[in-house]
Structure formats: C-alpha cells, structure tokens
Design a protein around this ligand. Structure first.
Ligand SMILES: NC(=O)c1ccc[n+]([C@@H]2O[C@H](COP(=O)([O-])OP(=O)(O)OC[C@H]3O[C@@H](n4cnc5c(N)ncnc54)[C@H](OP(=O)(O)O)[C@@H]3O)[C@@H](O)[C@H]2O)c1
Length: 290
C-alpha cells in the first residue's frame, strides 16, 4: 500500500516545526511548506502544488499571528487568515483532501465564566480574532473541513511567552504580569501530536462525520501571572513577580479575560489524552535546557 501524503503549511512556525519533529517517526509521506515556497494568498500556485502532491490531508498552521499588529494591518490579516483559508479549501477540493485548520480562543469575547464549548457563541474582540473566525467559516463550509481551536501556544521553536519570560526573568529584578486573563497554556508539541492523531483517524475512517470544530489546549487553568510564576519556580529564577490588571498593561488588541476551552469533544471523538499544562511546561523547559 502506498504511503499517505500529508501537506503541512506554515511548517517553520511553532506548531509546524513541532509537526515536522514528530513526523520523522511516522509512516506518512510529509510535504512541508512555508512562505515563500507556498503563499496561501496565491490560489494559482497553491492549487498547482496541491494538485501535484495529491495529499489526503492538509494541515494549515500558517496564519497572520501578530495579534497587536493586526489592529493596524486588518487587510493583510484578513488576506492571510480568511482568504488564505478559502484558497486552501479550493485547493483541497481539487484532490478531495481533508483540511485541518488551526484557530484560536480569541474568537470568543472572554466574558464567559465556564469553559467554552464548540457551540458557544463567538464574538471576537480583535482584528486577529475576527479574521481567524472568518477562516473558521471557510473551513467549516467544506465537507471535509476540521477546525481545531487552541490557545496560549508555546514551543521550543520560535518566539513565545515562555521564552520571553525566561529572558525577562533573567534580565530584570522585578516583573509585572497580568492576572485577570485566565486560560490554558498549550505546548505546541502536544497539539501537533493531537493533530496527527486526528489526521490518522480521518484518513482511516474517511467519514465526514468528523468535520466541524474542536477545542484543544493542555489541561488545567491559570492566569498569565500564574504561568510565569510556574516558569520562574521551575527554572529557579529569582526575579520579583507581581500580578497586575490588564488595564495597567494596555495593548492595541483587546484580549479575552476568560478563554478556557472545553475539550470533551476532541477527547471523546479521537480518544486523545491531554497532559496537564504544568507537566508539559516541565517537558518543554527541560528540552530548552538541553
Ligand atoms: N501562538 C499562539 O499563541 C496561538 C494561539 C491560538 C491559536 N494559534 C493559531 O495556531 C496556529 C499556529 O500558530 P503558530 O504560533 O505556530 O504560528 P507562527 O509561529 O506565527 O507560524 C505561522 C507560520 O505561517 C507562515 N505564514 C504567514 N503567512 C503565510 C502565507 N501567506 N503563506 C504561507 N505561510 C505563511 C509564517 O511565515 P513567516 O514567519 O515568514 O511570516 C510562519 O512560519 C495559527 O493558526 C495561529 O493562529 C496560535
């Protein structure tokens, strides 16, 4: 039997790099692409590549992810996060491929008080969140479209909150971090592994029953302050850490105060076991220290 083919777009980002790392142990023919080798805003070139590769699954990790910059570049954010996904859907249709599209907790307004499930009303408060929601709609309009929302991603690859806190904690004597934004950190390695479990299942069963939206983060809940506290404790960083309110740390884009996601659906549908965020943080830090 010939190997399954998966195309991964955005393969140099945090999540794409984690998929690349895991892919080495799998019996799948992976094709990895990032900008400028693939530009998801260029339908003609994208379609040509997909027609040539004939994947059974396309995993889209590419996105315009500069949350604050998006407020002053809404057209570019929309082009990548909405039109880009529309283009991938068009290309996927040419070869009847599944699309796994990654989205965000920022589609919610964060005014909730219990973990959001997939059917809860969206109400993005930022350009980034709004454009990612448009992308979700494009993926969901496709019979073989799957959307996985995640949050607070970090990795040994790329730039992220964990790496920034490690640097600032070593450079500074004191640090203020917001405690009124609550969510769940997500180690991109765990998410990558979950996406590959989904890819395996949908290509084995190939039933459009699986299409739709799912939530994935690590287990557990914390504020950015708690997250930083744990990073400093695990790494024995002596920097004095203080909790502050978001109002004292204004940013161009509004962030949800509460964005905990309910993960029951993904766990039940794909039999995925999700590690606690503290466990995964320890794994990531030990990898970073090697
Ligand atoms: N980071 C988070 O905290 C977070 C939270 C929730 C959801 N997510 C979602 O999770 C997914 C993965 O995020 P990430 O943190 O891994 O992102 P990332 O590190 O920013 O990587 C995104 C990748 O997409 C590429 N890209 C941008 N525009 C492109 C285009 N037009 N065509 C092809 N590739 C393009 C980027 O290339 P360049 O570097 O050259 O631009 C980059 O390599 C995204 O969908 C994001 O929205 C992220």
């Amino acid at each position: 039997m010939s190997k399954r083919i998966y195309v991964v777009i955005g393969s140099n980002g945090q999540l794409g790099s984690e998929i690349k790392e895991i892919s080495q142990n799998l019996e799948v023919d992976f094709k990895f692409y990032d900008f400028p080798k693939i530009d998801i805003t260029d339908l003609a070139k994208l379609s040509a590549i997909i027609k040539r590769d004939k994947p059974s699954v396309i995993i889209n990790c590419a996105a315009y992810t500069a949350v604050d910059k998006a407020e002053s570049e809404p057209a570019l954010a929309e082009l990548v996060n909405a039109t880009g996904v529309k283009n991938i859907v068009e290309a996927a249709k040419l070869v009847d491929a599944w699309l796994i599209q990654v989205s965000t907790d920022y589609v919610f307004d964060g005014m909730g008080y219990k973990p959001y499930n997939e059917k809860d009303a969206t109400n993005p408060q930022s350009v980034y969140g709004a454009t990612k929601l448009q992308g979700e709609m494009q993926a969901c309009a496709y019979s073989k479209g799957i959307v996985v929302r995640t949050a607070w991603l970090y990795s040994t690859f790329g730039n992220n909150f964990v790496k920034t806190m490690l640097r600032l904690g070593k450079e500074r004597e004191t640090l203020n971090v917001v405690f009124d934004q609550v969510g769940s950190p997500t180690y991109a390695h765990d998410l990558a592994s979950a996406l590959l479990t989904i890819a395996d299942k949908i290509t084995s069963v190939n039933d459009t029953f699986f299409s739709g939206i799912y939530h994935y983060t690590n287990e557990g809940v914390c504020s950015w302050y708690d997250f930083t506290r744990e990073i400093f404790d695990m790494e024995n960083i002596g920097c004095n850490l203080f909790p502050i309110e978001s109002a004292s740390y204004p940013t161009p884009a509004k962030r949800p105060h509460y964005s905990v996601l309910n993960k029951n659906k993904i766990k039940a549908t794909f039999e995925i076991a999700i590690p606690h965020w503290k466990h995964s943080l320890a794994t990531c830090l030990s990898k970073l220290n090697k």
